[in-house]
Write a protein of this length. Structure first.
Length: 399
């Protein structure tokens, strides 16, 4: 540390002394009279000053005047997320770098009203924080240029969910928003246990859409990155700041982490099973209240026939995919760390170097369940990367 805590406290109201200390520090740095620990601390100080300057102080005052002392600073996020009760909603005000927690019992009584009044009129850059390990709905974020294809995309989603075993799935289960240069597609009446399960279903869905459209560009545009200012959590723009473009749904009902009235999706092989325990309303056609636990497993669901799946024998990139897999198996390149998490972009770069250009989404579609299965964002140093866990050599499958 540059200063002892006692010294900092003494100098809190003495700006002149702080300025003089910083000048002295600057001279010593220029003369090379300080060790690397102090230089590192000076770097941290610079980052803190720059971060402070980026905070919208007017928004801080606006929020404090309305929400009082319940706001929590960004620095306390790690402790905050550990203490949040299940069913609560965490809101992050990015421009002010402050959090507000709404307890489960406050969502209807407090947050619902505030979203339609105070948030909509006075708040900007507000996000719902969805921790990776929390229960959550399935959301897909794409480019706004897909608006003209939205009806077609919704049709694919409905058919996909029905094929997978959720036979009552219909258009009312999908809520769509326009959010600046993005669209958000929310599967609103079902939830999964965590972000990894959500990502698995989204990958299955995108693969299905690709088999229908044979369009890498469309699938890639449906794979827009979420906001990742926070570690191990997604940030989804609050509904008060985006435009609803499908039939009406209440603000709190469109929150990704509010699963109060939702049924849980479990994956069972190549089908989905829904568990309706605690789900109040699932059938949107007649708003039937379900009191007993049911398992809907559509044994008679229409399955994708061979003509609808990707015929790899006609895929012009097949030879290159096989070439890449054979290269890995035969040469065991140093970059292929079997059984380990590695940066996805580095594996992609090696593919391009050996086999030629392809899109990153096309690469993912080709090689998921071939050389890797697990795929998630992780911190390396001070940066966040998309990581994949590579199969061991004896687990690799030919595409």
């Amino acid at each position: 540390m540059l200063l002892l805590p006692q010294k900092v406290k003494q100098m809190e109201t003495n700006k002149d002394e702080v300025v003089e200390l910083l000048r002295t520090l600057a001279l010593k740095i220029q003369n090379g009279g300080l060790d690397y620990k102090i230089l590192a601390a000076a770097g941290v100080l610079r980052e803190q000053v720059e971060n402070y300057e980026s905070i919208d102080q007017d928004m801080v005052l606006t929020l404090k005047s309305f929400l009082g002392d319940d706001l929590i600073a960004k620095d306390s996020y790690n402790d905050l997320v550990k203490s949040v009760d299940e069913g609560s909603v965490i809101v992050y005000f990015k421009s002010a770098q402050l959090f507000k927690i709404y307890k489960k019992e406050e969502i209807h009584s407090l947050l619902d009203g505030q979203l339609g009044t105070y948030y909509r009129k006075h708040v900007k850059e507000s996000y719902e924080v969805v921790p990776n390990e929390s229960k959550q709905k399935i959301i897909i974020i794409g480019e706004a240029s897909l608006l003209e294809s939205l009806n077609n995309i919704q049709t694919h989603i409905i058919k996909f969910m029905q094929i997978k075993g959720i036979e009552n799935f219909n258009k009312n289960d999908i809520v769509c928003f326009k959010n600046g240069n993005k669209i958000e597609i929310l599967i609103n009446n079902y939830y999964v246990n965590n972000s990894q399960e959500r990502a698995g279903i989204v990958d299955d869905l995108l693969n299905y859409i690709f088999t229908k459209e044979k369009n890498y560009d469309l699938v890639e545009k449906l794979s827009h990155k979420k906001n990742y200012d926070l570690v191990n959590a997604d940030m989804i723009t609050m509904p008060s700041e985006k435009q609803l473009i499908t039939s009406f749904v209440g603000y709190i009902d469109s929150l990704v982490g509010n699963v109060e009235k939702c049924a849980k999706i479990d994956k069972n092989g190549n089908t989905y099973i829904i568990n309706l325990i605690n789900a109040e309303v699932i059938n949107n056609n007649n708003a039937e209240v379900i009191n007993n636990a049911e398992v809907i497993h559509n044994n008679n669901a229409e399955m994708i026939n061979s003509a609808e799946t990707i015929n790899i024998n006609t895929d012009p990139t097949l030879d290159m995919a096989e070439k890449f897999v054979n290269y890995i198996l035969e040469d065991s390149p140093d970059w292929y760390k079997e059984g380990q998490w590695v940066r996805k972009d580095l594996v992609y770069d090696n593919y391009v170097a050996l086999c030629g250009e392809t899109t990153k989404k096309a690469f993912s579609i080709k090689f998921k369940n071939v050389i890797f299965k697990l795929d998630e964002r992780k911190m390396l140093g001070n940066k966040r990367y998309q990581m994949i866990k590579l199969f061991r050599f004896n687990e690799i499958k030919l595409p």
